[in-house]
Design a protein around this ligand. Structure first.
Ligand SMILES: [Zn+2]
Length: 323
């Protein structure tokens, strides 16, 4: 009988699920809208029916060995309980138990940033690298640590919150209540917010043009486009955000001496206007020894990192069972 595992990347807007073999080769995959506005019961059912429909497509002669799922944190990977995921409007949800009962296979849960790090470690840019820092910059800034070949969770499962490293005590207020966190200063949301302020002060013409003349429409992508076209004001915004990311990465490298820093998320597509100032600040603040040993590379799996990490997690659950 053919055996396979299921991986699920549960996001605020979409559920991305796949079945794969033990090597992570995908057999069938599917993306469906999460529809979190319908409530958590609906979302849980939606996850299970997506996996069930994949199972049907894979054929009846096969057996589901294990399930891995990445969900917006914070959560407890040991109990598989999501404490709080505001995007999904759910609190204290026994995610693993629910899925286990319905799908009749062991279920492992990880937060989305950790699982993306696991994906890059198992199948992506950091394959075979046992000590790595993964940082993803999109609407927010997330991160995961793989140390000694394993996800580092910390004592209460909250490790890897790279977005809340303080880069500027007098900086903007963060969603966590502190001010000057990396996320508040360098995320896509922060970049767009700074550009909006500029436009409201009567500057940032080129950025405003990119957004079709409507300040409400401005996103980080518009700022990147304006900067790529040589606009000086947009370049300063990107340079500042990249520099803060570089400084935070340097602190992590000085602390952990990893072999690799993997950068993911939309911002890595900005090219040299982002990478050059990031690397400049990174080099300036890194100590010599860890700097000599570390490689800073773009993520290799794109928006599949979470899914591939979920599959890797499921494979590890499956092989644990065998022993
Ligand atoms: Zn914060």
């Amino acid at each position: 009988m053919q055996e396979y595992v299921a991986g699920i990347d549960l996001g605020g807007t979409k559920i991305y699920a796949a079945l794969s073999d033990e090597k992570g080769s995908i057999i069938v995959e599917e993306k469906v809208p999460t529809r979190s506005e319908n409530g958590i019961e609906y979302v849980l059912n939606n996850i299970c029916s997506t996996v069930e429909s994949l199972q049907q497509r894979a054929g009846s002669g096969s057996r589901l060995k294990a399930v891995g799922i990445g969900a917006p944190g914070p959560l407890n990977p040991e109990t598989g309980m999501i404490y709080q995921a505001p995007n999904l409007e759910c609190y204290d949800v026994p995610l693993a138990d629910y899925l286990q009962e319905r799908l009749k296979a062991p279920v492992l849960v990880e937060n989305d940033a950790n699982i993306a790090a696991l994906g890059e470690f198992t199948f992506g840019a950091a394959a075979g690298v046992h000590d790595l820092v993964y940082i993803t910059v999109s609407t927010g800034v997330g991160g995961g640590l793989i140390l000694g070949g394993k996800i580092y969770h910390g004592i209460s499962g909250a490790a890897g919150e790279i977005g809340h490293i303080n880069v500027d005590p007098s900086g903007p207020l963060c969603s966590c209540g502190s001010s000057g966190c990396l996320e508040a200063a360098a995320s896509g949301t922060a970049i767009a917010r700074r550009a909006c302020r500029l436009v409201q002060e009567g500057r940032g013409r080129e950025i405003l043009n990119m957004a079709g003349g409507d300040v409400e429409n401005i996103t980080a992508e518009h700022v990147v486009c304006a900067a790529a076209g040589g606009d000086a004001e947009a370049l300063v915004i990107i340079k500042d955000a990249a520099g803060m990311l570089g400084r935070a990465a340097a602190s992590l490298v000085n602390l952990l001496n990893p072999a690799m820093v993997v950068l993911g998320g939309g911002v890595i597509n900005a090219g040299n206007i982002f990478w050059n100032p990031m690397k400049e600040e990174f080099h300036r603040h890194c100590l010599k020894k860890p700097l000599e040993a570390v490689k800073v590379v773009p993520a290799g799996l794109g928006d599949k990192a979470g899914l591939m990490g979920a599959l890797a997690l499921a494979v590890s659950a499956g092989s644990l069972q065998d022993h």
